[in-house]
Design a protein around this ligand. Sequence first.
Ligand SMILES: NC(=O)c1ccc[n+]([C@@H]2O[C@H](COP(=O)([O-])OP(=O)(O)OC[C@H]3O[C@@H](n4cnc5c(N)ncnc54)[C@H](O)[C@@H]3O)[C@@H](O)[C@H]2O)c1
Length: 257
Amino acid sequence: MNQPSHQPRTSRVIVITGAAQGLGRAYALRFGREGHRVVALDIHGEAVQRVAAEIEAAGGECLALTADIGDEASVADAARRIDERFGRCDVLVNNAAIFSTIKMRPFEQIPLDEWMRVLHVNITGTFLMTRALVPLMRRNRWGRVIHVSSAAVAMGRAHYLHYTTSKAALIGMTRSMARELGADGITVNALLPGATDTEVPRETVTPAQKQAQIAMRSIPREEGPQDLEGVVAFLASDDSGFVTGQSLVVDGGLSFL
Ligand SMILES: NC(=O)c1ccc[n+]([C@@H]2O[C@H](COP(=O)([O-])OP(=O)(O)OC[C@H]3O[C@@H](n4cnc5c(N)ncnc54)[C@H](O)[C@@H]3O)[C@@H](O)[C@H]2O)c1
């Protein structure tokens, strides 16, 4: 029998962290539309439930999980629930981060507890999630890990040093994890988005900085979630099976690695 046209040849189990809003929500909706089984995970339980309801209302399948990626027990519980529901994990998009809530300021003014929290969630949280879900990928000798870094690293953007430091760490993590996981059929790549508008207001880029960045882009226009979704879909697919350890900048050709 013919499958509905939105069904992919393979319906994968795709875990997206930070899926309650912004880019994570956009990736979750995209994979839901494509007929994949989505796990939308976020520290904000009610908001992530709403995203799951959106996906299901559109005919997709989504498990909403409330979890703190920086908490080992919470991550272990999430991995157990994914295993119980689906018995597998094919793709992990490590998108959750402390980002839109950051206040820009010179690094001498960043309090130590804020520095530690950003590094903990953005780096250690990514490590904990990947460590918990790689065993499920290994079972099928197929997996895709996508770490969401930032083009702010390539640009050397000022005034959120904890954030750029954390996103730079993910590039090193990507390369070393790729070495450890390649023989098991698991690829690990980093996505470096440019400043991208979402529905979430934030102060990490001023209107003047945004215009300056647009002017510096080879493709001089605003960036939206639609510029990133397809790249994430490619990194999650069979087509990217020989691409690993790479850092892919998607910022309209502002910075070149
Ligand atoms: N939007 C941009 O311009 C841009 C540019 C470059 C990189 N990025 C990166 O893309 C990703 C998404 O960006 P966004 O604009 O949607 O950010 P956002 O701040 O709107 O969303 C981040 C999500 O992560 C969740 N989260 C935070 N801490 C968590 C934790 N401990 N456990 C679980 N979930 C947690 C939040 O609740 C939120 O839903 C981030 O990694 C960000 O650094 C964004």
